[in-house]
Design a protein around this ligand. Structure first.
Ligand code: SF4
Length: 284
């Protein structure tokens, strides 16, 4: 699908979001149209970038993204530990080849400059990522997966990739020796969907790392009677599963009843640890 484009004055920025270092949003808007709601969409509205929800699902690509990177990489290179794509859009937006192609070019450029990338998507990873001549094997590729129920997906993530297709694409990268992870955030309460957390975990037992977090900003979910106890129990299931399976895990701040950690290290760095302030995850 051909999409509109915009020009920007800058691209790379130091993020304050949990488990990020530097980040890039090379697209404005996101066709997935998540109804959790999408925090990035709420911010875009608040800052006047869009007027209504329907504007958000008509993404606009940053046409001068690569040009900007050429200027910004030399400037920030020595400060960057890794770059995350993306917190305010989806780098592998389902059925948006223009977005995926630009994301691939960005990852290639960053990797060529010795900069590691972490990515997160509700789309499908392209197989090109296994090309070791272009993309570094220290990148970490993640999908968001909070359910296996396609009816739930059609309601809450209407234009995203089907769950199984996301998992298959991630497994392909894993089988080729690349690092993979899953963000189970925002995990829904049982009044939104009844499901077996362990069944979902078993589907993704091949990954290197799982991040689990509660659903915020959703009125229906916060009205769920045993909200705190529910997330406490889920977090314990995730922790036990990961420990038994040798998978690294992180429970997002505020998900467990007694979790007061303010700083976390989620992505591996070559040498330095990255301590980042805990804030809600926006996307993807
Ligand atoms: S994938 Fe992320 S940016 Fe896109 S609509 Fe969903 S929450 Fe928003």
């Amino acid at each position: 699908m051909k999409i509109k484009s915009i020009r920007r004055k800058s691209l790379l920025y130091k993020s304050g979001v949990e488990y990020a270092d530097y980040s890039i949003n090379h697209v404005e808007g996101c066709a997935h149209g998540c109804q959790y709601p999408c925090y990035a969409m709420l911010l875009a509205k608040r800052f006047g970038k869009i007027k209504k929800n329907s504007d958000w699902i008509k993404p606009k690509i940053v046409q001068n993204a690569l040009e900007l990177l050429d200027k910004e990489i030399p400037k920030y290179k020595h400060d960057i530990k890794f770059v995350h794509l993306s917190f305010m859009t989806d780098p592998f937006m389902f059925r948006h080849k223009d977005v995926s192609n630009l994301s691939l070019k960005i990852i290639e450029k960053l990797n060529k400059n010795g900069i590691k990338c972490t990515t997160l998507t509700k789309g499908i990873y392209p197989e090109e990522l296994i090309d070791a001549k272009k993309y570094s094997n220290i990148n970490e590729y993640g999908i968001t997966l909070v359910s296996l129920d396609e009816e739930f997906r059609k309601t809450f993530e209407p234009n995203s990739a089907p769950f199984q297709k996301r998992i298959d694409a991630l497994k392909f990268l894993h089988k080729k020796g690349l690092r993979t992870w899953v963000s189970m955030e925002p995990y829904p309460t049982p009044n939104l969907v009844k499901q077996d957390l362990l069944q979902i975990l078993k589907k993704i037992a091949f990954v290197d790392k799982i991040v689990f977090g509660k659903l915020n900003y959703n009125v229906q979910s916060s009205r769920f009677e045993n909200n705190k106890e529910f997330y406490e129990e889920c977090a314990n299931i995730v922790i036990n599963f990961c420990m038994d399976s040798g998978i690294a895990h992180h429970i997002k701040y505020g998900t467990k009843i007694r979790d007061n950690k303010k700083t976390v290290v989620i992505f591996r760095n070559s040498g330095n640890s990255s301590k980042v302030v805990d804030k809600p995850l926006m996307c993807s």
